[in-house]
Design a binder for this molecule. Structure first.
Ligand SMILES: O=C(O)CCC(=O)C(=O)O
Ligand SMILES: [Fe+2]
Length: 569
């Protein structure tokens, strides 16, 4: 009878109309979801292909490294969320995750690590945020693509999570700029505003924080946290204004902060530490300039002694600092030796025939061996050869030298300023060795890559001939005619990344692969030479491998005799 009632029929149809629209809405939503998924997976494939072509090359760029780790963490997690809301997607995901179970998949901590490294590079090398977002490192190295608003947002979020509001502000501002330009929005405008407002407040700019929060509320009037913050910021601003009326001399009032002074640098850090830090960063950027008086005393020469070995094959030596004397010896490691030393430092698995201790049977097994257990044959020769060479150059006894220590720094990898010797307070530092303190350091450069920043060209004017506009109308060009050519002297290349720097000597070293730096850590009296304090700058591009050989006091009694205090050499 239903069908006979006209009015029931029209109700039915009306309802069905709504149902159809709901289904259409569902289809549109699914289509949009799939469209987004398509775009995302296409983008992921691009990074994937680029990285697979040459992982080392790709990851040698800090922006690429960030993009890949972000993809493996955040982007895959987003993808999983999208896929997991239907049963086909869910089943597929289960398969995928079981595939990844064999590996150590990067997690949030890895993402934080790579973001922190990028911030360190940004600070140390004064890298501009907008330029970095364009995928560009100091106008030199180009990442494989620009950062999206979401990429910048994630960097801001990471900084926020580590309590670094200064970088949160920088990156959220960049995210905002990029989001506004994007046709396919990669992140919500309001989400950026929320982080930006809070970090701006934490950086001391209450007025700007309030302005941003009002913007956020205009977009999302019901945003609860923003409503709460608005009241809070208004009160804080009022309190500040009252305070400002009270004491005029306040140097860090709102105005000062708005003029760009930030409170990021903690006040209670000791002065000496800050000074060292500043010197360290300047030297890392290659800004250290040695005085002409000192430079005049530096030299390069072939060293033919003290051993017979050097008489036959002298070592190319550069004196880069006098008192404490620091030498660089060139070409002291061959490519073959470098390859073996690198291998020594890489944990490895070897297949061997072993006896099963339960069954007593022989079986082949794969096991991890430490480097000392395979220092045999060729490897042993290399280590012995290296020892012999050092001994022959420096004349020191290598019997009590420590084993070669190998360090591999990744992007952003660094080593804060330190002494290689043990201070008097550290009585037990090398007790187990029984060989005394570290008298000298021998630092091999196994693999180094620096970013060439700019050519610091100094034009040396040849002769006294005038330039065209300097020509005296009466005298003309004079007997010598005009300046025929200009001789350009390339005085120094400005390099950045991975240097070894000595903050108290105003000295940066950028040695080449196969070279080694050498210096004495102790005065001839046995006292530590505090001027030898040094650091490894954050790696900006590529990788850096170095190897340390520390030589101890024992056995050097006749080779480097004790003395009251003069600098031997
Ligand atoms: O990597 C460097 O440049 C310096 C390393 C260093 O100072 C050390 O390992 O003690
Ligand atoms: Fe060191």
């Amino acid at each position: 009878e239903v069908f006979t009632s006209m009015s029931d029929m029209s109700h039915l149809l009306a309802t069905e109309g709504e149902m159809i629209r709901a289904v259409e809405g569902y289809i549109t939503a699914q289509e949009e979801k799939l469209e987004k998924l398509k775009r995302d997976v296409f983008e992921m494939e691009r990074i994937h292909d680029e990285a697979s072509r040459s992982p080392e090359n790709f990851l040698g760029n800090p922006i690429n490294a960030y993009l890949l780790v972000k993809q493996l963490t955040v982007d895959w997690a987003d993808l999983q969320t999208i896929m997991s809301d239907d049963s086909t997607g869910k089943a597929m995901l289960n398969n995928l995750t079981s595939m990844a179970d064999f590996l150590r998949w990067p997690d949030e901590e890895d993402l934080t690590g790579v973001a922190t490294a990028l911030m360190r590079l940004q600070d140390t090398y004064n890298l501009d945020t907008a330029q970095l977002a364009r995928g560009n490192i100091n106008g030199k190295k180009q990442a494989y693509r620009e950062l999206t608003a979401a990429d910048c947002f994630e960097l801001g979020r990471q900084s926020y999570n580590t309590g670094d509001h200064y970088h949160t502000m920088l990156w959220m501002n960049e995210a905002l700029k990029r989001q506004e330009m994007e046709s396919n929005k990669t992140v919500d405008h309001a989400d950026i505003l929320e982080y930006l407002a809070f970090s701006t407040y934490m950086q001391g700019n209450v007025r700007q924080a309030l302005k941003l929060t009002n913007e956020l509320l205009a977009e999302r009037p019901n945003h609860q946290r923003a409503q709460g913050n608005k009241i809070y910021y208004e009160e804080a601003l009022q309190a500040q204004q009252v305070k400002k009326l009270g004491d005029d001399g306040d140097s860090l009032g709102v105005d000062a902060i708005e003029k760009g002074y930030t409170v990021s640098e903690s006040v209670d850090v000791p002065d000496a530490w800050q000074k060292e830090r500043r010197a360290y960063e300047q030297l890392c950027r290659g800004e250290g300039k040695i005085s002409p008086q000192l430079a005049k005393r530096l030299s390069c020469f072939y060293q033919y002694g003290p051993s017979d070995l050097l008489r036959i094959s002298p070592v190319k030596t550069e004196v880069v600092h006098i008192d404490p004397t620091i030498f660089i010896y060139y070409d002291v490691l061959s490519d073959r030796e470098i390859a073996i030393i690198k291998e020594l430092a890489t944990p490895m698995f070897k297949r061997a025939t072993v006896q099963n201790y339960k069954t007593g049977e022989l079986e082949t097994a794969s096991y991890r061996i430490s480097k000392s257990s395979w220092l045999k044959g060729e490897d042993h020769e290399v280590v012995a050869g290296v020892n012999k060479r050092i001994g022959s150059i420096t004349g020191l006894n290598m019997d009590t030298a420590e084993e070669l220590q190998v360090a591999n720094y990744g992007i952003g990898g660094h080593y804060e300023p330190h002494f290689d010797f043990a201070r008097r307070e550290e009585k037990d530092a090398f007790k187990s060795l029984g060989t005394g303190n570290r008298i000298a350091t021998y630092l091999f450069y196994i693999e180094v890559e620096h970013l060439h920043l700019e050519d610091n060209v100094e034009v040396v004017r040849m002769g006294i001939y005038p330039m065209k506009d300097e020509i005296d109308p009466e005298l003309g060009l004079g007997p010598w005619g005009n300046r025929m050519s200009t001789l350009l002297f390339y005085m120094s290349d400005v390099e950045a990344g991975g240097a070894t720097v000595f903050p108290y000597l105003n000295l940066s070293l950028w040695p080449k692969k196969g070279a080694a730096a050498f210096w004495y850590n102790l005065h001839p009296s046995g006292e530590g030479d505090t001027l030898t304090r040094h650091a490894a700058c954050p790696v900006l591009v590529g990788t850096k491998w170095v190897s340390n050989k520390w030589i101890h006091e024992r056995g050097q009694e006749f080779r480097r005799p004790c003395a009251q205090n003069y600098n031997a050499l």
